[in-house]
Design a protein around this ligand. Structure first.
Ligand code: CO
Ligand code: CO
Ligand code: CO
Length: 319
């Protein structure tokens, strides 16, 4: 979208200007639509699980904006010469189950013949126009809460190489199929300043967009980061997706990582996540209450992983 002029309209509340998760369009005093589209290539072999993960990943952008999913459309690229149609049925069944879990309805969709399988959703959600949570409102002194563990890209890469331990893989899958609905609803009660979900740009890529959006710097504490079991070992063995290195090249120059973070584990900070958690900025006191709520609701790995500080030379530092 970058080379094109920015779209401007009276009812357009959030557009493409700050790399936010979804667009927001106001339709009345009380209601705005949150709209997003996302699709991915398979990350697991099982088509039903892949459908669930891809749908959870697509729905997540609505949750990151503080919205509630209302309707969804399936977006499919399918190699009909090489795959049986029953595979597509299973993918769509997985997606449907997640859409229903989110309380949304499928309106239809579109499939094209494609050499590489792809699946995702275009999702429309609703949000009160005064309760939109963007990625740009973080304030100095805010704590940063992450609601899911990192490492899904690295564990999926180990799985593709046939090297992933079954227990580690299962935990990564459990995390990827989990909706961000509970985290989003809990967040909305405490007046979050900013939020985004952690997906393809990895923790530090999405955090960099959030820090740029508010003109401040973020400080993360490496030992406080929730990381999926197996991630550190596989990273040390070089089972890292190419996207992690792209993220490191792109965002690295504005990021300082202290010598306390082991060399081989730094790439975890840039690991592209599928259906990752929410990164939420809010003042410390409500932040601690939100953390208590999240853990009480079964999101055990939710953690305060850093804080928002005045703008420094580095956009982000990790200690
Ligand atoms: Co997003
Ligand atoms: Co997205
Ligand atoms: Co957002």
């Amino acid at each position: 979208m970058r080379p094109l002029p920015l779209e401007k309209h009276l009812n357009l509340l959030v557009g493409t200007e700050t790399a936010d998760d979804a667009g927001v369009y106001q339709i009345s005093e009380q209601m705005a639509l949150v709209q997003t589209v996302d699709f991915i290539t398979p990350i697991v072999d099982d088509p039903y699980l892949f459908g669930q993960i891809a749908a959870a990943n697509s729905l997540s952008d609505v949750y990151a904006m503080g919205g509630k999913p209302l309707t969804a459309l399936n977006v499919v690229g399918f190699p009909r010469l090489s795959l049986n149609l029953s595979v597509l049925t299973e993918i769509l069944r997985g997606g449907l189950d997640k859409i229903h879990e989110a309380g949304a309805v499928v309106l239809g969709g579109h499939t094209v013949d494609d050499a590489e399988l792809k699946y995702g959703l275009a999702v429309t959600g609703t949000v009160h126009p005064k309760k939109i949570v963007t990625n740009k409102g973080a304030e100095k002194g805010d704590v940063l809460i992450l609601t899911k563990s990192l490492g899904t890209g690295i564990i999926s890469t180990a799985n593709k190489a046939g090297m992933a331990d079954a227990g580690f893989l299962q935990r990564a899958i459990d995390s990827m199929v989990r909706l961000n609905d509970i985290a989003s609803e809990a967040m909305n009660k405490w007046g979050p300043h900013a939020c985004t979900d952690i997906t393809g740009f990895g923790l530090l890529g999405h955090a960099a967009e959030m820090a740029k959006g508010c003109g401040l710097s973020f400080r993360f504490f490496y030992s406080d980061l929730p990381i999926l079991a197996g991630t550190k070992e596989y990273a040390a063995q070089g089972m890292v997706p190419g996207g992690a290195y792209c993220n490191q090249d792109h965002f690295g120059p504005e990021i300082f990582i202290s010598a306390k973070v082991p060399e081989a584990e730094r790439i975890i900070l840039f690991d592209p996540q599928t259906s990752g958690g929410l990164l939420i900025a809010l003042p410390r006191s409500p932040g601690e209450k939100l953390l208590g709520n999240l853990q009480a609701k079964g999101i055990q790995e939710a953690s305060i992983i850093g804080e928002v500080i005045q703008r420094e030379k580095n956009l982000i530092s990790v200690e």
